[in-house]
Design a protein around this ligand. Sequence first.
Ligand code: ATP
Length: 255
Amino acid sequence: MTEPLLQVRALRKSFGALAVTDDVSLSVTEGELHAIIGPNGAGKTTLISQLSGQLAPDSGTILYDGAPITRLDMAARVRRGLARSFQITALLPGMSVLENVSLAVQARSGSSYRFWRPVADDAALSQEAMQALDEVGLADRAHRPARALSHGEQRQLELAVALATKPRLLLLDEPLAGTGGQEAEVLISLMRRLKDRLTIVLIEHDMGAVFALADRVSVLVYGQIAASGTPGDIRADPKVRAAYLGEEEEGTPDA
Ligand SMILES: Nc1ncnc2c1ncn2[C@@H]1O[C@H](COP(=O)(O)OP(=O)(O)OP(=O)(O)O)[C@@H](O)[C@H]1O
């Protein structure tokens, strides 16, 4: 059996007396889209922040591609191919869409690009950034300021920024938040395309999207994995229905 691309073992993180990640173990196989769902405050974002290197766990181990990365910072994890999509708040609103993505290409490439020149001037850098924009469907918006994009387009831009780091494993924290209708559809079909070539860990409240996209689902409740399995297993799990799905009848996948 092939080794999982990501293995989390006995991860713990507390804020004061509150154990927000409480002995979490989980594995993500190369090529799968693994969704993490759970009620508000269950600890999903805190977990993904530890996977990306933004937050240090109190104890436990994170193995990526067979090697421990628990003590590596975010930049070192990005260089190994583990990227988190940056939130809209991390976008630079006055810079162009292309410049926002070019900065991510530049960050990955380190000193191979001359950092004192305006980022959009470097042809190779711009070309790579354009590829990422093309992949998310924003090539025709390249020269607009990021602030001129619609909310849904800004979420596409976040994905382009993450893709520009050439990840092998992509961590997505609520990519559909604040979107609806057509905007959500665009993002869902984009994730469907990305999952053909990348391993993805997805935190998402939109159960329709989760059950349409996920190969496996883990349910986090009060900082602990309450269940992990295929979407079919999760739908049928009485513990999950009681702890999570039951709480929002509208979002129940087979409602
Ligand atoms: N830096 C922090 N300091 C103290 N408490 C925190 C901190 N970050 C998160 N928490 C608390 O940890 C708990 C889990 O938060 P987290 O954001 O990880 O949950 P979540 O499952 O992502 O929630 P949501 O679905 O609402 O985004 C919450 O009770 C939150 O208030």
